[in-house]
Ligand binder design. Structure first.
Ligand code: URP
Ligand code: ZN
Ligand code: ZN
Length: 467
């Protein structure tokens, strides 16, 4: 079925103009004024922006973590994403213990298969970065069609790489032309600070932030940067929160290092005082790295504006307050780390960024869609509006004003970290490959319609020889 979207203002990372769009067989086939096509359904987008669908490069759906499992699975998670204007997600396929990387990929396909309502790809995410998992990595990336892998300098007991294994992962990244994503916090020193705090009898959520200071994010970021550069690999620093880390990224990029950075909506609008909320409510704001004192927000906005940070991931990793967050009621270090952000990523960035004059519309599109598409090998199929691209589109009403609330969100979690935040602008209709998934704020998609997107790595990669 053909569709014509008429009367809207098309916005890409580069352009803004009034034109109609013709959609055929899931693709954009014509852009121009007064398009006509026989049998086409006409969709009036007058007064709306037409954005490329959002691409969320950082989600954790149905993922076992911190002795529990995230509350949004591939059904509620992708539906909430679609309501928020996201049409592609890249989810972390976690391998723990002695499991084979490709078995974890199979498991992730199973989780997604009959549920995903939007398109998706995976990043590998390795908890145990050992000789064995590193040996599997090049082939796993190739067979699975994945060009990115996340490893950790945080979470000392369960996830933390050594400098040596991190360097080895970078060597594989270089060999396969895959991007290595690193969670940059110094896990060992954090564990020491956590033990110190607990020995002094501190149990409250705020100690999650106080035991993970920005210096430890800055230090780990610098270490990852230098080791990646030594291996000649591309580094993507996930969820950057603070000046200490931003400064390292800027320094490296000015030297020509291949370093990219992502931040996430909560770090731009919430601050560390949220963890001090009474009655254990601070636990709603426990994730890692933690929220920072307010002055870091401006640093992040400036870095985004200057393209020193390029992408906005949601870091969706939801745990309900009345269920899973209570695991840490007596001990802040047992509060499951993560928050529910997949749905409000575009709205918060548009409202706090564009509507408040911090960033332009084109920069907004770049940050929530185009830049992730380019970084992770989805462009130009995804991440822009042009003839031949997938018709993944958002009709966005910039004039609506609303208040974010768990009462109205679609995530499977009993709180919203942005509760009460007044936002301007809202996705009204969302198309994935030309099909309505959200139509006039109603979900009309089909479970399991989302397609897996392969992102190829170099087939003939040679091992890196250090001179
Ligand atoms: O606290 C967070 N960010 N939870 C998700 C796992 C991770 O480190 O990204
Ligand atoms: Zn992380
Ligand atoms: Zn994450």
């Amino acid at each position: 079925m053909k569709k014509i979207i008429t009367g809207g203002t098309i916005v890409t990372a580069a352009d803004q103009y009034r034109a109609d769009l013709l959609i055929e067989n899931g693709k954009i086939t014509e852009i121009g004024q007064g398009i006509q096509a026989e049998d086409a359904e006409i969709i009036d987008a007058t007064g709306k922006y037409v954005f490329p669908g959002g691409i969320d490069p950082h989600t954790h759906l149905d993922m076992p973590f911190n002795n529990t499992v995230t509350d949004d699975d591939w059904e509620s998670g992708t539906i909430a994403a679609a309501f928020g204007g996201t049409t592609t997600i890249l989810d972390f396929c976690l391998t723990t213990g002695k499991a084979r990387l490709l078995d974890a990929v199979d498991k992730w396909h199973e989780k997604a298969k009959d549920k995903a309502v939007i398109d998706y790809g995976f990043h590998l995410m390795i908890a145990d970065l050992t000789e064995d998992t590193l040996k599997q990595l090049p082939e796993a990336l190739e067979i699975a069609g994945i060009n990115s892998v996340k490893v950790f300098l945080a979470y000392a007991k369960e996830f933390q790489a050594t400098d040596r294994t991190l360097f080895q992962a970078f060597k594989v990244g270089k060999e396969k032309d895959a991007i290595v994503m690193v969670h940059c916090e110094n896990g060992s020193v954090i564990d020491e600070l956590v033990e110190e705090a607990k020995a002094l009898g501190h149990t409250e959520p705020i100690y999650h932030a106080l035991t993970r200071p920005p210096q430890l994010e800055g230090e780990a970021t610098k270490r990852a940067i230098e080791l990646a550069n030594l291996a000649g690999a591309k580094l993507y620093v996930v969820h950057v929160t603070c000046k200490e880390a931003v400064d390292e990224i800027i320094r490296a990029r000015e030297k020509g290092y291949q370093v990219y950075g992502e931040t996430c909506p909560p770090y731009l609008v919430l601050d560390q005082t949220a963890l001090e909320k009474p009655n254990f409510e601070g636990a709603k704001y426990v994730w890692s790295p933690p929220l920072r004192p307010k002055e870091h927000q401006e640093v992040l906005w400036n870095a985004l504006k200057a393209k020193q940070l390029q992408t906005i991931g949601s870091d969706q990793c939801s745990f309900s307050f009345n269920g899973k967050k209570q695991l840490g009621k007596e001990d802040f270090s047992k509060i499951p780390n993560g928050g529910p952000f997949i749905e409000d990523r575009l709205s918060v960035l548009y409202s706090e960024g564009v509507a408040k004059g911090r960033i332009t519309l084109n920069e907004f599109v770049d940050m929530v869609s185009t830049s992730a598409a380019k970084t992770f090998g989805l462009f130009p199929q995804k991440g822009t509006i042009a003839i031949g691209t997938d018709a993944d589109l958002v009709l966005f009403d910039p004039n609506v004003e609303r208040v974010i609330s768990a009462e109205t969100h679609h995530m499977n979690v009993d709180y919203n970290a942005f509760e009460g935040l007044k936002v301007k602008g809202e996705p009204v209709s969302v198309f994935s490959r030309g099909e309505f998934v959200i139509r006039d704020k109603e979900f009309v998609g089909k479970l399991g319609r989302g397609q897996y997107i392969r992102r190829e790595v170099k087939k003939e990669g040679k091992p890196v020889i250090t001179k």
